[in-house]
Write a protein of this length. Sequence first.
Length: 111
Amino acid sequence: MAKRIQSLEVSDAFWERISPLIPQPERDREKSYKRMAGGGRKLIPYRHVFEGIVYVLRTSCQWKVLPKERFGSPSSIHGYFTRWMKAGFFQSLWRAGLAEYDEMEGISWQW
């Protein structure tokens, strides 16, 4: 029996399709940045970040009331949202979804 996920969670299959679209920070691309052991805040896994963004968009809650115990710091999640928006992630996600839907159902572009 397949695992049933909640409506605000991201399925493994969906995550596999969208995770390559997530923009990586410049410092990760250059690989010149190396965090010292125990230094600074730990990074929030991108899947948790994306689930936090989906939670806010689906529930229309304020960023400040995002459940910290589930997603991490609300201000961090919002920071990722704004960086990813500026990097064009959500537009790429929209295009990929349209292309997939067009292949499955066909979009009447002429209409």
